[in-house]
Every structure is written in structure tokens, then in C-alpha cells.
Design a protein around this ligand. Structure first.
Ligand SMILES: [Fe+2]
Length: 283
């Protein structure tokens, strides 16, 4: 079962974000993009600041020079695509909390074995109080905290969760060590983490950060900031690593595999292969 705690809003990334991230992949400046696509530098500025949605022909030109799929990019620019929700999984209770860190929306999750009720927290959402309240509502006491990476919107407030639940925290050793816990387990690629009758598989998905980890359970992957519906995460540590994490790791699973990112709506491997402008037509 997958339960979204509140109605989710639109996509995490708009045209402007996608242009920036695609430029990052080519190590292009805004001026480089303007020249390649035959638009003015001011137009690139305005597109990347969400102030300008150009006409269809320009969107296709931008897509072509940035190695993006034109129709997929156009659909997102026109706000005409939203991913289909993944199929529900009766063998898994996955509760998504849509929370805010300041004004910035972020997602964190409670993952529960429906047979034993054993529960894990996946990311803090920078909002430990919301997680504690939801755990009380569900009458569960999480036994594990699994972090996809150490950015504050995913790991802040860990000390409060650890005090409340008195449980260990899993994180990759290449991430900065988050404050607030003495019981840290350095998670390894391929590690299997038991949760009641469920088995959580750790997948190394670096690129957004050096030690980014995605957690796969049954046919669902909690993927942190690796991929967003219709876009990819920001490649803070390595754009090629991030691209490989998506295409060689996440896309190695069947098309109906659910992807639950740290921001924006849930999606599936198949939806992203068909509609994500970075990957559409290539995989
Ligand atoms: Fe992040």
C-alpha cells in the first residue's frame, strides 16, 4: 500500500531547472546555451528564472542542442505532463509525508512491514516533529532511520528522532556525518536491511552527493534526490555519476518499479523512460 499523506503539487522541476541541469551536463554557461540555440542571453536568464516560457519551436531548439527529448521537454514546459501514480503494493505500507523545510517542500517516508508492524523512517524531511506525530498516529515506534544523503532537508532534526525512537541511523560513509546520533551504521551498496518480513536493498546512487543511497523494497525505490519526475537531481558531486546512477542502476529495474523521490510526485521507471526529457528515447 502506498499512501500519500497530502495531495501532492506539481513537478519538482520546471523548464528553467531542466535547462540549468542539462547545461551542467555539458559544462555550458548560459552564454554557451544562448549561442548554441540562437536565443539571447537575456532570454536564457529569464527562462532559467521561470519568467519566460518560449514558443514550441524554441523549446525544441533548446532540447536539440542540450541532448534532451523535444516533445518531452515541451510537455513539461506547457505543464502538460504529470506521471501516473505507481501501482499500490499490498505487501508494503509506504506512508509519504509531504512536509516543508521553511518554504521548500520535501518528502520523507515511513516504511512499515504490514505483517510485523516493524517500521523505518526514510529521511527526516527536516521535520522530525511531523514524523513523530505520524508514528504516534500509526501507533508504531520506528526501529531504523535510513538516510538517502546528508543534506539538511533530508537529515536535519535527526537528534530529535533518535531521542524519541532510540534507534540506529543508516547512511553512506562518504556523506558528512549527521549530528544527533551516536549509533551510526555505514550502509554499503548491495546491503540487505531487514524490516520485519521485508528486505530493504541499499543501492549506491552517487552524483547528487558522493554517498547518495537509494533504498529498494519490493517494487518501490526511495530514491532521495537522484531523479525527479521529469527531471534529475542537481549534480552537486558529479553529473556523469548521477546520470549513470539513474540509467544503470534505477533503470535496471522493471518499468513498473515505483520511484519515490525526495521532492515532487512519485513516478515509475517506465514513466521516466517514456517522458523524462533527459532519458526519453534513449533507454
Ligand atoms: Fe539533496
Amino acid at each position: 500500500m502506498f499512501r500519500n499523506d497530502t495531495v501532492s503539487a506539481g513537478l519538482e522541476d520546471e523548464l528553467g531547472d531542466i535547462l540549468q541541469k542539462a547545461r551542467d551536463g555539458k559544462t555550458w554557461s548560459q552564454a554557451d546555451l544562448a549561442e548554441a540555440a540562437g536565443v539571447t542571453l537575456d532570454e536564457v536568464h529569464r527562462m532559467e528564472r521561470y519568467e519566460l516560457i518560449p514558443d514550441e519551436a524554441v523549446v525544441f531548439k533548446l532540447a536539440k542542442v542540450l541532448d534532451l527529448d523535444g516533445p518531452a521537454l515541451s510537455a513539461i514546459a506547457r505543464n502538460a505532463w504529470h506521471p501516473e501514480e505507481p501501482e499500490t503494493d499490498a505487501d508494503l505500507d509506504l506512508i509519504c509525508l509531504n512536509v516543508f523545510m521553511g518554504a521548500y517542500p520535501v518528502k520523507c517516508y515511513l516504511l512499515r512491514c504490514p505483517v510485523t508492524n516493524e517500521t523505518a523512517v526514510v529521511d527526516t524531511g527536516g521535520n522530525p516533529e511531523a514524523i513523530i506525530q505520524k508514528a504516534r498516529e500509526l501507533d508504531v515506534r520506528p526501529s531504523k532511520i535510513l538516510l538517502t544523503h546528508a543534506h539538511p532537508d533530508h537529515a536535519w532534526g535527526l537528534d530529535l528522532l533518535v531521542r524519541e525512537f532510540e534507534c540506529p541511523t543508516w547512511i553512506d560513509k562518504r556523506e558528512p556525518r549527521p549530528g544527533g546520533t551516536r549509533d551510526i551504521h555505514f550502509v554499503e551498496e548491495g546491503e540487505k536491511i531487514p524490516l520485519g518480513e521485508l528486505e530493504i536493498h541499499a543501492l549506491a546512487t552517487p552524483g547528487h552527493t558522493p554517498g547518495g543511497i537509494s533504498y529498494k523494497v519490493n517494487r518501490a525505490i526511495l530514491s532521495g534526490d537522484t531523479i525527479f519526475a521529469g527531471s534529475m537531481g542537481r549534480a552537486n558531486s558529479s553529473w556523469p555519476d548521477l546520470y549513470r546512477s539513474i540509467t544503470q542502476t534505477l533503470f535496471s529495474f522493471p518499468d513498473d518499479t515505483a520511484l519515490h523521490p525526495g521532492h515532487g510526485p512519485a513516478t515509475t521507471v517506465g514513466e521516466e523512460k517514456r517522458h523524462n526529457p533527459f532519458f526519453c528515447g534513449k533507454y
